[in-house]
Design a protein. Structure first.
Length: 235
């Protein structure tokens, strides 16, 4: 049965349970709960799920594929206060579609993509919030920019007038314990803040590792299946 037809209570219960775990992890880390934003990742789920989440008070949702993202934003339509986060790999030729639908783009990992997002704006478009995606490993094949390139990427994007760098985004590697994977976050965040002092956001933490991400300083959690239930098979 598709998740959209399950009782709304089940969704509400999972959301409440995750929020309780977030509160616990935040308290354990001695952090202020208002410093942590929970983004619900709705990829592969129908637009109706976003509507169900909105009815439960969710205002931040995330998607990782441009086509699905654009279609879902259209299907849901304008909603007061709803922010769409684009969290997936972005192709430069999709920059216009992404920019027109996103409040925040988490996955800026190269200057060319930032330039394409900048060019997709018009003089009257709102400023686009972006995060610089960082690679937490020594494997250059993984997504995100590495330590050495991060400072120059930050400087480049800081020079683009319609983009605002808010911080960094990271996905933990699966083959190391999450706490260890996130060890580099403070240093990478500091690298960006040397260039853009107010860029304090750290987008990290998913279903399997959000407590560790909170302990490591994450300000934006991207949580999917723990809240939405298992993702439907991709057709
Ligand atoms: C799917 C996805 C998530 C959420 O994953 P869950 O394990 O379902 O919480 C977070 N971040 C990115 C970049 C994703 O693609």
């Amino acid at each position: 049965m598709p998740p959209s037809s399950e009782p709304a209570e089940a969704l509400a219960a999972r959301l409440a349970s995750v929020d309780a775990r977030i509160a616990e992890a935040t308290a354990a880390a001695g952090r202020d709960p208002s410093d942590v934003t929970r983004i619900v990742v709705t990829k592969f789920h129908p637009a109706a799920l976003v509507e169900g989440l909105y009815a439960l008070g969710v205002r931040d949702v995330g998607e990782n594929r441009q086509q699905e993202f654009s279609a879902k934003v259209d299907a849901v339509g304008p909603r007061e206060g709803l922010r769409w986060h684009f969290i997936g790999q972005a192709q430069t030729n999709k920059a216009r579609a992404i920019r027109s639908a996103a409040s925040v783009v988490h996955s800026v990992d190269r200057a060319r993509l930032a330039d394409a997002l900048e060019a997709a704006g018009s003089p009257d478009s709102p400023i686009l919030d972006v995060l610089l995606q960082v690679n937490l490993t020594d494997d250059p094949g993984r997504g995100g920019t590495t330590g050495d390139d991060l400072e120059s990427l930050a400087a480049h994007v800081a020079g683009l007038p319609t983009l605002r760098v808010r911080g960094i985004m990271a996905v933990a590697a699966l083959d190391v314990p999450p706490a260890r994977a996130f060890e580099r976050l403070p240093e990478l965040s500091a690298t960006v803040r040397r260039v853009i002092p107010e860029a304090s956001w750290i987008s990290a933490g998913m279903t399997a590792d959000f407590a560790e991400a909170i302990a490591a300083g994450a300000t934006h959690l991207r949580i999917g299946s723990a809240i939405t239930g298992p993702r439907p098979e991709r057709g």
